[in-house]
Design a binder for this molecule. Structure first.
Ligand code: AMP
Ligand code: MG
Length: 425
C-alpha cells in the first residue's frame, strides 16, 4: 500500500489551520489532501456505464458521422454553378435514401433527390432543402438565386468526432449525452473507475429505526435516508449499517466492519463538544481522526480521518447529528471529496447570483448556508428568499428549498436587494 500522509502531516501543510474555528475553504483544502482517486477500473457496457466515471480517455475508432451526409430532405447538387442572380435549374436523376446510397454518376446540370442522413453522392457538396425548391416536374427542379452557398445542409464526415480523437477524457462523468456519444462510436464497452463503496450509519441512543415505536426523548433516524439519497445520486455502492447505539462494543464492531469493506465511512451524530457518548472515543481509538469546529452554520462539529483495517484504509466523515447540518456538510464537503475519490474531474456548476428578498443577518467569520427559494422577478432577475425557520434540525426547510444561499466567510449582513450566491440543489 502506498504511504498515506498522516492527518498531522496534512495539517502542517496548510497555511492556517485552526481546528477550533476552521473556515469552510480550509476544510475543502484539507479534504483534498486527505483523499485520492481509487485506482481500480473495470469494463462495463454502455447502459451500465451511466453515472460512472471514465478510467481512461476514450479514443474513437471511427469518424462520426462516418460519411458526408445530408442534414435535410431535399436535392443534393454541385454548388459550382450557383450564382446570386440566377435561378439554377437541375434535372433529378435519382434518389439517395438514408442507408441506401445513390451510386450513379451525376453530370453537370443534374441533381439527386436526397433524404436526411443519406450519404452525399460523389461530386455533390450542397443540399437544397425541399421547401426552398420549385418542383417543376418529377424530373426538374429550380433553386432560387441567393438563398444557398456551397456546403449548406451537408454534414461533414467526422464533424462530431474524428477517428483517433478522444471522444471522452479520463475522469468524465458518463451522462446520458456521453452514453449516447459512446454508442455513436460503436464501442459496446467502456473502462470506468470501480464504484466507490461507502458505508454509513447513524449513531445515538435516542435515534429510532423506522418501525420502532416512538418513545419520549427519541427521534426517528432521518440522516440515513438523506445520506442514502445523496450517495445514490453520486452513483456510490452503498453499505447501509443502520442505527448504532451508544455502546463501545457495538460502535467498534460497526467501524471495523465498515473499514473492512468501504472506501469511505459516513456517520452522523456524536461528534459535538461535550457529547456524553462513545462515538468520538471510538473514532480516536480506531483511526487517525481530527475533530473540528467548522466556522459555518449549520454544521459546526465534524470529525474527519482515516481508519486502517489490514491493507485497507477508509476515509471517515463524522458528520454532525442535526439533519440539516448533515445534508449541508455532505453537499459542501463530503460530495467534492467523494467525487475526487471516484476519479471525477468534472467542473462543478458555478453558483448563481440572486437578489435577496429579505435582510440576511450574519456576522463575518463563518460561512452560512441558508435554505432558499430562487425565482425570477418582474425584471427577469433571479431573486431568492429563505424558507423561514433556519434551525439546523428543520429538515422541511431542505424540502422546500431549491437552493442554498451561501454567505461567505468574510461577508456580513446582506441587505435587501443585495446579490448573494446560491448553490442550486
Ligand atoms: P448530536 O450531534 O449527536 O449531538 O445530535 C444533534 C441533534 O441531531 C440531536 O438533536 C439528535 O437527536 C439529532 N440527530 C442525531 N442523529 C440523528 C438522526 N440520525 N436522525 C435524526 N436526528 C438525529
Ligand atoms: Mg448525540
Amino acid at each position: 500500500m502506498t504511504h498515506l500522509p498522516s492527518l498531522a502531516d496534512i495539517a502542517a501543510q496548510l497555511e492556517t489551520y485552526d481546528p477550533q474555528a476552521l473556515p469552510a475553504n480550509e476544510v475543502l483544502n484539507f479534504l483534498d489532501h486527505l483523499v485520492s482517486p481509487v485506482q481500480d477500473q473495470e469494463s462495463v457496457d454502455i447502459f451500465a456505464a451511466l453515472g460512472r466515471v471514465t478510467a481512461q480517455d476514450v479514443i474513437s475508432p471511427i469518424n462520426v458521422p462516418p460519411h458526408d451526409n445530408s442534414a435535410m430532405d431535399g436535392f443534393a447538387f454541385d454548388s459550382a454553378p450557383l450564382s446570386d442572380s440566377q435561378t439554377l435549374s437541375l434535372k433529378v436523376v435519382g434518389t439517395a435514401l438514408a442507408g441506401k446510397a445513390w451510386t450513379g454518376t451525376v453530370n453537370a446540370g443534374e441533381c439527386v433527390k436526397i433524404m436526411t442522413g443519406a450519404i452525399m453522392p460523389s461530386g455533390l457538396n450542397t443540399v437544397a432543402p425541399q421547401e426552398l425548391c420549385q418542383i417543376k416536374s418529377n424530373e426538374v427542379i429550380e433553386i432560387p438565386a441567393g438563398l444557398l452557398k456551397a456546403g449548406d445542409n451537408r454534414r461533414l464526415c467526422g464533424e462530431d468526432i474524428m477517428q483517433g480523437q478522444a471522444a471522452l477524457l479520463k475522469g468524465a462523468l458518463i451522462t446520458p449525452a456521453a452514453a449516447g456519444l459512446l454508442a455513436s462510436l460503436g464501442v459496446p464497452h467502456v473502462s470506468v473507475v470501480r464504484r466507490l463503496k461507502v458505508a454509513y450509519f447513524s449513531t445515538g441512543d435516542e435515534i429510532l429505526s423506522l418501525g420502532e415505536a416512538l418513545r419520549e426523548g427519541a427521534v426517528y433516524d432521518s440522516n440515513r435516508y438523506t445520506v442514502h439519497g445523496m450517495l445514490q445520486a453520486l452513483g456510490c455502492e452503498m453499505i447501509d449499517m443502520g442505527v448504532v447505539k451508544d455502546d463501545p462494543d457495538l460502535l467498534e464492531q460497526a467501524f471495523n466492519k465498515a473499514a473492512e469493506q468501504a472506501d469511505a465511512i459516513i456517520t452522523s451524530g456524536g461528534v459535538s463538544v461535550g457529547e456524553a457518548d462513545f462515538t468520538k472515543a471510538m473514532m480516536k481509538k480506531l483511526g487517525d481522526v481530527v475533530f473540528w469546529k467548522i466556522a459555518m452554520r449549520p454544521g459546526r462539529p465534524m470529525a474527519v480521518g482515516r481508519i486502517q483495517k489490514g491493507q485497507r484504509s477508509a476515509v471517515l466523515f463524522g458528520l454532525p447529528g442535526n439533519p440539516v447540518a448533515v445534508m449541508v456538510t455532505f453537499l459542501a464537503f463530503v460530495k467534492p471529496a467523494l467525487l475526487k475519490m471516484m476519479g471525477s474531474t468534472a467542473t462543478p456548476l458555478p453558483m448563481l447570483r440572486a437578489k435577496t428578498q429579505e435582510v440576511l443577518r450574519k456576522k463575518p467569520g463563518r460561512t452560512e448556508y441558508q435554505r432558499g427559494i430562487v425565482s425570477r422577478n418582474a425584471q427577469g432577475e433571479l431573486q431568492v428568499m429563505t424558507t423561514g425557520n433556519q434551525g439546523s434540525g428543520v429538515l422541511s426547510s431542505m424540502v422546500q428549498a431549491n437552493g442554498l444561499i451561501v454567505l461567505s466567510h468574510q461577508q456580513g449582513t446582506a441587505q435587501l436587494g443585495d446579490w448573494v450566491d446560491v448553490l442550486v440543489l
